[in-house]
Design a binder for this molecule. Structure first.
Ligand code: 5AD
Ligand code: SF4
Length: 446
């Protein structure tokens, strides 16, 4: 695991033994972000004053120290040596909160004793607010970070980026550090691009964003406007966060026929303890009740998700809770990952890192259950007639491949003139990854 480039951290501790202990904890949570201790504040990248309220004039001492730091901060910037971030922690921070920033604007963040684990997030937010460049230490195109590529219309389907970035700060994830804050493209630009795609023969767009359903102005509203574009018959979106699944978007699933009955809604874990450590901002019960509301709007919805096994501290019992959630939710498809330590993310330094063998076992057990659900979902389509949008020739002569509304690949015997058309197809057979009509012996390997 390569560590981010070293950054200098200076912590000044006032007061009691408790504060000494807390300063050590702060150094611990900052280490995975690449911060190493220095014993002088000059030139430091991050200065933390861990304050104490007990003695008289404690606050005054802090403000006089902050006055000196302000000068050092200006000197560092003037020398072209980057930004000095100044944080006030401890009891004065607790007691005086935002007053501190009002009185000394050089202070970037104030953090109370209960919130030290949030320091990486608070620092990233403060850097964003002051326009500090995004973390360059992460490998670009981290495999968990990349969205599918936008493509210009070369076929029947296209991706269309509507949103980028993330404000959620899941503790395992690099995206908030590499992609910055949530940012939505103007709806007018998106609609213009969608019209242009439709005029080039695109019949299906997939709206893309790291938190696509956090789209400003409401994704449901955007979907309704896109559905009015002539020729655009299918709309999908990915990836969604459970916290941003609002009522209007759920209603759009009931009301907009072009919005396909497929939803990628990552849950990551079924254990509330682990979800909390992941900073997901939802519990397993929230996820399931949200799902109930979405399925009330669109009963045939195909659900997809992401899972992480072996997050730090995950026990067999936590993992069982994930299996229980999968059984309760029922997935039509899913992506599961072994937890992998990303330097610079809070979870990379959490205690209780799980052994590789345990991760392997859990991944295999989870995948077995998810595969079973996927096969059952596909098998349930046999005998049904589904609208298929044909996209390309198949691997065999006179075979064409398209997608069902549920994003299943459908193979049929037919000629290339089917491509670009939406045709009802009665499904004759099913495998794990695909459905077929007339091609039972020539399915892609499952
Ligand atoms: N380890 C394992 N999986 C991860 N993901 C993101 N970061 C990590 C990590 N450090 C997974 C999540 C996310 C998907 C895109 O990648 O499940 O939803
Ligand atoms: Fe990463 Fe998604 Fe969590 Fe954002 S919501 S931090 S992109 S996993």
């Amino acid at each position: 695991m390569t560590q981010p480039a070293p950054k200098r951290l200076y912590i000044k501790t006032y007061g009691c033994q408790m504060n000494v202990y807390d300063s050590e904890r702060m150094a611990d949570v900052l280490r995975p972000l690449g911060y190493g201790m220095t014993d002088h504040p000059e030139g430091a990248d991050l200065v933390v004053l861990n304050t104490c309220h007990i003695r008289e004039k404690a606050a005054e001492k802090v403000f006089s120290e902050l006055g000196k730091l302000k000068v050092m901060k200006q000197e560092k910037a003037a020398a072209g040596d980057g930004v000095m971030t100044i944080a006030v922690a401890g009891c004065v921070a607790q007691a005086q909160g935002q007053e501190i920033r009002a009185r000394q604007p050089a202070v970037d963040l104030v953090v109370g004793p209960q919130a030290y684990h949030q320091l990486p997030e608070l620092i990233a937010r403060s850097h964003r607010a002051s326009g500090v460049a995004l973390a360059a230490d992460f490998t670009p195109e981290d495999k968990f970070d990349a969205l599918p590529k936008d493509r210009t219309a070369s076929g029947v389907t296209a991706f269309l980026t509507v949103q980028e970035g993330c404000d959620k700060f899941c503790t395992f994830c690099v995206v908030p550090y590499t992609r910055g804050g949530e940012f939505s493209r103007p709806a007018a630009d998106i609609l213009t691009e969608a019209r242009s795609l439709a005029s080039q023969g695109v019949r299906e767009v997939t709206l893309l964003g790291q938190n696509v359903n956090a789209f400003t102005g409401g994704l449901g509203n955007l979907v309704r406007r896109l559905a009015e574009i002539p020729g655009l018959d299918r709309i999908r979106y990915t990836t969604s966060h459970p916290r941003d699944m609002d009522d209007d978007l759920i209603a759009a699933h009931a009301e907009v026929p072009a919005l396909m009955p497929y939803l990628h809604l990552p849950v990551q874990s079924g254990s509330d303890r682990i979800l909390k450590a992941m900073n997901r901002g939802h519990t397993a019960a929230h996820y399931l009740s949200l799902l109930e509301r979405i399925r009330a709007a669109r009963p045939d919805l195909a659900l997809s998700g992401d899972f992480i096994v072996g997050f730090p501290g995950e026990t067999d019992k936590d993992f069982e809770a994930t299996l229980d959630l999968v059984r309760a939710a029922t997935f039509a498809s899913a992506f599961s990952f072994k937890y992998s330590r990303r330097p610079g993310t809070p979870a990379s330094a959490m205690p209780g890192q799980v052994a590789e063998e345990a991760k392997d076992e859990r991944l295999a057990a989870l995948n077995a259950l998810l595969d079973e659900q996927q096969r059952a979902f596909n098998a349930a389509q046999v005998g049904r007639t589904l609208d298929v949008l044909f996209e390309k020739p198949g691997r065999y002569p006179d075979q064409v491949v398209g997608r069902s509304p549920y994003l299943q690949a459908v193979h049929v015997s037919g000629t290339a003139d089917l491509i670009g058309r939406i045709v009802p197809v009665t499904i004759q057979s099913a495998a794990k990854m695909s459905l077929a009509r007339n091609f039972e012996n020539q399915l892609e390997p499952a």
